[in-house]
Each structure stands twice: as structure tokens, then as C-alpha cells.
Design a protein around this ligand. Structure first.
Ligand SMILES: C[S@@+](CC[C@H](N)C(=O)[O-])C[C@H]1O[C@@H](n2cnc3c(N)ncnc32)[C@H](O)[C@@H]1O
Length: 213
């Protein structure tokens, strides 16, 4: 599947919504947890989460940031946000707000910046992933942290598994182009951010990359 924003919107307003949480948390939950553990997330942080989806990451983020923190989740799917809101209500989380917006276009209108910017499993399905990334960066204060976790094209010996891992990701919008883009994004982060660390998992097809602005 070619990377196309309209197709992605269709996926996340349709079939993917109902059966999203279980396969995704099973496949990636432990890797995402590792990223948050290895990050500088701390009590009281102000965190912005692009492509927050159903809010699967909120629990792990809150374990590090606590009740006094503030989380802003952004997603362009009203259906995914509805599930996120249900999760928020069920857990009685009072410090999370959700915004229905496109991550490539939503602008930071205030001078009040965030300590940490997060995007998991978003970059690889956004055609204009660079706009989304630089937009996320614009919300984060100097010395703040960016945490990206996503599927990528594996390299070296592991490249033989790319068709398989892309196939697995396809029903959630995964594509060869998107997996290539997230690999490229890591290169950008490694060049432009400070103290960058990258770790790879699952046949090197999933990574997290963390760096400071
Ligand atoms: C694979 S889900 C990831 C959700 C969550 N981060 C997680 O890891 O479970 C991708 C999410 O990105 C959202 N998304 C894709 N493109 C977007 C865009 N341009 N702006 C905002 N949200 C977008 C989709 O609606 C979907 O909820």
C-alpha cells in the first residue's frame, strides 16, 4: 500500500479502531515501556503525545510523570479519541486533555512549551512525516526530550524479514515507504538532537529513538 493520508484516515475511522488495543499492546507494549523507562520522563512533566490513538501509552507515561503532570494527546481520528476518552474516564485521569487535530498542521499558539514530546507508531504512517516531527519538536522546550517509537525497515541480515513485518503492519497502515521514512527520521534525530539513543527490537523492525532538543 502506498502511503496516503486519506487511506490512513479511513483505516483509523473504520475497522482498525475496534480491534486495535489487543494486538498492538501485545506486540509493542514491552518495547514502548522500555522507551519510557529509558527516557527522562519525570514527576510533574508536561507531555505532548502526537498520534495518541486510543491512549494506550498514557498508563506507562503516567507511571513516570504522576498525577501532577499534564498530558496532551493529539490525533486526527475522532473514533480513536473516543476510545482514549473512555480510557481516561475509566481510570479517572484528570490531567489528560485530548485534541482532535492533524499532527502535521496543529500549531503551538502559546509560549508555554512541553518537557517531552512523544509519538509512537505514528511517524511511519504519516506521508509528510517530517512536518509531523518538526511540528512535535516545536512544542518541546530547549533541552526537552523527544521520544519516537515505530516500525522501521530492518537492515543487514534482518532485512530479509522486512516483507513479513510490513505485511503484519499493513492493516494498521504500514508500508515499505513508511518503514523507510522512520529509518530516515532516526538519521535526522541522530544528526540534529543531543544525547540520542536508539534501540531496536523484534527482528530490528521496531525501534525507539530518544534525543534532547
Ligand atoms: C498505529 S496508531 C498509534 C496510536 C498510539 N500512539 C499507539 O501506539 O497505540 C496511529 C494513530 O495515528 C493517528 N494519525 C495518523 N496520522 C495522523 C495525523 N496526520 N495527525 C494526527 N493523527 C494521526 C491515527 O489516527 C492513529 O490513531
Amino acid at each position: 500500500m502506498a502511503l496516503d493520508s486519506k487511506k490512513i484516515e479511513k483505516i483509523y475511522s473504520g475497522k482498525a479502531v475496534k480491534h486495535y488495543d489487543l494486538p498492538i499492546s501485545h506486540m509493542f507494549g514491552k518495547y514502548k515501556k522500555k522507551a519510557f523507562t529509558d527516557s527522562s520522563l519525570k514527576a510533574g512533566d508536561k507531555v505532548i503525545v502526537f498520534c495518541c490513538g486510543t491512549g494506550l501509552d498514557f498508563h506507562e507515561i503516567l507511571k513516570k510523570t504522576g498525577k501532577e503532570s499534564k498530558i496532551t494527546g493529539i490525533d486526527f481520528s475522532a473514533e480513536m479519541l473516543q476510545k482514549a476518552q473512555k480510557r481516561i474516564n475509566k481510570n479517572n485521569w484528570r490531567n489528560i486533555e485530548l485534541i482532535h487535530a492533524d499532527a502535521t498542521k496543529y500549531k503551538n499558539e502559546s509560549d508555554n512549551k512541553f518537557d517531552v514530546g512523544i509519538c509512537t507508531l505514528g511517524i511511519s504512517i504519516i506521508p509528510d512525516y517530517k512536518s509531523a516531527y518538526y511540528n512535535l519538536l516545536s512544542f518541546v522546550k530547549e533541552d526537552g526530550e523527544i521520544i519516537i517509537g515505530d516500525m522501521q525497515l530492518a537492515s543487514d541480515w534482518y532485512a530479509r524479514f522486512n516483507p513479513f513485518t510490513i505485511f503484519l503492519a499493513r492493516r494498521f497502515g504500514g508500508s515499505h515507504e513508511g518503514h523507510k521514512n522512520s529509518l530516515e527520521l532516526c538519521n535526522i534525530m541522530q544528526k540534529e538532537l543531543k544525547e540520542v539513543k536508539k534501540k531496536e527490537f523484534f527482528l530490528k523492525s521496531y525501534f525507539y529513538c530518544i534525543g534532547k532538543k
